[in-house]
Ligand binder design. Structure first.
Ligand code: ATP
Ligand code: MG
Length: 239
């Protein structure tokens, strides 16, 4: 987006697990208010990219700039505090905390101009969670856990929300609920990065798409460009 500064700017990032290098050059930009997809087949490096952005894995080469500040040497909690909320793969709900305790565990007041997220607002987004407030994390269905994971991330009042496998393993009606909630967040101006296997849903709501293959961003472009080139799916996304 011409003339604008990206909210998140991932530049030539290399990372991995110990001596096992997984990312060989990830470049990715998210502009304020954009909804961006990160796609690629299993094991290509989507989760590793997200974990490196969040500081869970060391960035070995390259740099990551968020809101004008280098974040690639910061601890995860500092990155979260700067305004990046993560809905991790596998959801990682605290099993022995109640829904309410999960929501407030990492909650923070907004530090920027937006209307803040609090419990009331999360429950209006996901009314189902309201009925489960006193239940423990391990008593929830997968869909409820995902709603809680999104609610928990929103309670940190992020500027950028990252969802790793937004709807994986969920029943179709629950998936719909999650996509609808993401539409509400988009309309609210939140910047969003999503990985998910449902291409149709990603094309319907993301402005820009990145494809990762063996730890390298091999293509990126807008939805029209993506749709215009069916060979992309064949080359990079077909199972
Ligand atoms: N904890 C780990 N230790 C060592 N290697 C790992 C670890 N986690 C992932 N990998 C390897 O890193 C590579 C990229 O994995 P990653 O989880 O980033 O892929 P992905 O694109 O998110 O895949 P998926 O679509 O299955 O979620 C794979 O080869 C995987 O085996
Ligand atoms: Mg993954």
């Amino acid at each position: 987006m011409k003339g604008q500064t990206p909210l998140l700017d991932v530049q030539s990032v290399q990372a991995g697990y110990g001596v096992s290098q997984v990312l060989f050059g990830i470049d990715l930009k998210i502009y304020p208010g954009q909804c961006v997809s990160l796609q690629g087949r299993n094991g290509m490096g989507k989760t590793t990219t997200i974990r490196t952005i969040m500081g869970e894995l060391p960035c070995q080469q390259g740099q990551i700039v968020y809101a004008g500040q280098r974040i690639d040497k910061l601890d995860t909690f500092r990155i979260a505090r700067l305004g990046i909320g993560l809905v991790p793969e596998g959801r990682q709900i605290f099993p022995n905390l109640t829904v309410w305790e999960n929501l407030i565990a990492t909650a923070r007041k907004p530090t920027h101009g937006t209307t803040g997220w609090d419990q009331t607002r999360v429950l209006s987004l996901f009314p189902r969670l309201g009925e489960r407030m006193r239940n423990f994390g391990n008593q929830l269905s997968g869909g409820e856990q995902q709603m809680l994971a999104i609610g928990r991330a929103l309670m940190t009042n992020p500027k950028l929300l990252i969802l790793d496998e937004a709807t994986e393993g969920l029943a179709p009606v629950i998936r719909e609920e999650i996509w609808k909630a993401l539409d509400v967040l988009r309309a609210d101006g939140l910047s969003i990065l999503i990985t998910d296997k449902n291409l149709k849903q990603l094309l319907e709501r993301c402005d820009h798409h990145y494809i990762v293959e063996k730890g390298v961003c091999v293509w990126h472009g807008g939805t029209a460009d993506f749709v215009a080139d069916p060979s992309l799916r064949q080359r990079y996304l077909a199972a």
